[in-house]
Ligand binder design. Structure first.
Ligand SMILES: [Zn+2]
Length: 208
């Protein structure tokens, strides 16, 4: 599976592949404030390193969990940033549904401060002895957060913000950045909500 696309398991036990479309949006999938903490993936710094090695950051140049440095304090910073995403991103999505347990807010001065303070460093690439590209390691959490902050700033500070979406499926609050060319992605995944919608339509048509 390509890094950045995640296998998710819903409460009703359906497994599907979901592509959040950007690294910042992907971070939301790693867990969240209650009741979303039941999906928590980042319980320890090692968990976070392993999660990052399968993320969008590794999409065109892989790295391993051992290449990433995450301390306990880093983990707390990652989760603070993630919490900001939970509260702010739904408010940027036209016709977003309510997200259970989340008080959605406009980007506050404190949010903007956290976002801007996260900018600065991003992961670096360099050449190895054979002249091939590689990551300069360790990749630090500060760099990871810098990448996430820049990603989010590029989206919400431009007309790309209109490409933020929430899945249109019933009871589905998955959020993504729509990278489709026509910009008409509606579902978290076809396997999950796209399919439920098709089946729903079929049933509607055949019970008339
Ligand atoms: Zn969905």
């Amino acid at each position: 599976m390509k890094p950045g696309a995640r296998r998710l398991r819903t409460r009703d036990g359906v497994t599907h592949t979901f592509d959040p479309g950007s690294f910042a949006l992907e971070l939301i999938l790693s867990g969240g404030p209650p009741p979303w903490d039941r999906y928590e993936q980042l319980n320890t710094p090692d968990d976070a390193a392993a999660w990052l090695a399968e993320s969008y950051l590794a999409a065109d140049l892989p790295f391993t969990a051992e290449d990433v440095r995450v301390t306990k304090a880093d983990l707390a910073r990652l989760k603070d940033f993630r919490e900001l995403l939970w509260h702010v991103v739904p408010g940027l999505i036209a016709d977003a549904k309510d997200v259970p347990g989340i008080a959605v807010r406009r980007l506050s001065p404190a949010d903007r401060g956290l976002l801007n303070a996260s900018v600065g460093e991003t992961p670096h690439r360099e050449l190895d002895e054979q002249g091939a590209i590689r990551w300069r390691t360790p990749i630090t959490t500060r760099q990871v957060l810098g990448a996430a902050a820049e990603d989010l700033i590029e989206i919400i500070g431009s007309d790309r913000v209109s490409r933020l979406r929430m899945c249109q499926g019933d009871n589905c609050a998955l959020m993504f950045y729509d990278t489709s060319r026509p910009g008409n992605r509606r579902w978290c995944s076809m396997q999950r909500c796209g399919n439920r919608h098709k089946v729903g339509n079929y049933r509607t048509r055949h019970t008339d």
